[in-house]
Design a protein around this ligand. Structure first.
Ligand SMILES: Nc1ncnc2c1ncn2[C@@H]1O[C@H](COP(=O)(O)OP(=O)(O)O)[C@@H](O)[C@H]1O
Ligand SMILES: [Mg+2]
Length: 379
């Protein structure tokens, strides 16, 4: 793994465009992540421009030198009040990025649908623009709690048992779905976690303690997605998180850190209310379990075809351990675990951002080398 001062000379970096906000329920979290990334790259001496995506999908160029400071995310609801230029529709925005010279590299600081699920990755890919993190397929699977579990279980990796419920089935026959949930629930502990399949930050999730709480839980999940994932609740589980940086082996694997949720589970409020939950960058674990968690993180990431970076989360209950989920664009604030776990290996927040940029630039260069010429076609 590279040391903090390895990598390229700062002045040799291309201009960086940080995307933040986005048309997803995780908009506000992304404003904080994207601003932190931009701040650290500006302080590292890079040429940084921030582009805010509003909830309607409009793209706004924030003024050069913009810093969030202590503005709350809601201050970005009216981007023109911040001096931003826009909104550009997606096609015009991509054209503008593609035409910029020198060619920029896009640091995607978005979370959730559109930004983390392969959509924006596909737009940038189609326009030949360099971008950070996973490509289209890994992003799509990484966002989808049902697809990733099918993949991991198929490979024999440990995941919790789950049920998938489609909104159309729920709309057609609630009683049949509720019966199915009761048959699935444990007899001694009937608690179920009900989640929208493709979201993050615990938005739309409910811990449904008994049969009476299933119906509102599914209604809530279906406000955000047309597929819900239902899992048995792992009582008393520890929440462990591992950071991965790299595309080819050897991957940098850092942590696990641990979250001690201030609520019954790590819900939105527990995640984002300062002081409510505790995090540790070093989970106390027997060495053999630590090694196993590292191996499973690499396996889970490589199964998806992850590129650049990701956070892999685990639930540990007694001697049971399962891979809970993967985040291909995890929380990236100065107090988030993803960018702070690598500190144990000497990589600070800025070094993590630079390493992620290096990987994006290297991938882009490799793609350019593979451009097809007529003589490459099987004619
Ligand atoms: N099956 C489960 N058993 C126990 N706790 C769970 C389970 N699923 C989720 N949780 C808790 O809820 C939190 C959020 O769930 P997660 O699946 O990670 O959703 P998100 O993608 O929104 O972060 C987890 O960090 C964990 O604390
Ligand atoms: Mg999570």
């Amino acid at each position: 793994m590279s040391s903090p001062d390895a990598g390229r000379d700062r002045s040799s970096y291309p201009p960086v465009v940080v995307l933040l906000g986005g048309p997803s329920a995780e908009h506000d979290v992304s404003v904080v992540s994207g601003s932190a990334i931009a701040d650290s790259l500006i302080e590292a001496g890079l040429d940084v421009r921030q582009v805010l995506l509003d909830l309607d999908g409009g793209w706004w160029w924030l003024p050069e030198g913009h810093r969030r400071g202590n503005r709350p995310p809601a201050a970005f609801d009216d981007p023109s009040s911040l001096g931003a230029e826009g909104p550009l529709l997606v096609g015009a925005a991509i054209d503008r990025l593609a035409a910029a010279r020198p060619e920029p590299v896009v640091f995607i600081g978005l979370h959730g649908p559109f930004g983390e699920d392969g959509t924006v990755q596909a737009l940038l890919e189609a326009a030949g623009i360099a971008y950070t993190g996973s490509g289209v397929a890994a992003s799509a699977i990484g966002m989808d709690k049902a697809l990733q579990k099918r993949l991991w279980r198929g490979l024999g990796l440990p995941v919790v048992d789950w049920l998938e419920v489609r909104a159309a089935t729920w709309a057609r026959d609630r009683v049949a779905v509720l019966d199915q949930l009761e048959a699935f629930a444990g007899l001694d502990d009937p608690r179920l976690m009900v989640k929208p399949a493709r979201l993050g930050s615990s938005v739309g999730m409910t811990l449904a303690h008994d049969a009476s709480e299933r119906e509102p839980a599914l209604d809530l999940a279906f406000r955000y997605d047309n597929l819900a994932v239902v899992e048995r609740y792992l009582a008393g589980a520890r929440d462990l998180e591992v950071s991965i940086i790299g595309t080819e082996p050897p991957l940098g694997v850092y942590g696990p850190g641990e979250v001690i949720a201030g609520h019954e589970f790590y819900d939105y409020e527990a995640k984002y209310t300062p002081g409510l939950s505790e995090t540790s960058t070093h989970a106390e674990l027997p060495e053999a379990m630590r090694q196993l968690v590292h191996k499973l993180s690499r396996d889970a990431y490589r199964a998806l075809g992850g590129e650049g970076f990701a956070r892999v989360d685990f639930l540990l209950a007694g001697d049971r351990h399962v891979i809970s989920e993967i985040n291909t664009i995890p929380g990236f604030t100065p107090i988030s675990l993803f960018p702070t776990l690598p500190a144990e290996a000497g990589l600070d927040f800025t070094a993590v951002c630079l390493r992620v940029l290096d990987l994006a630039i290297a991938r882009h260069a490799a793609r350019t080398d593979h451009r097809l010429r007529p003589e490459d076609l099987p004619r």
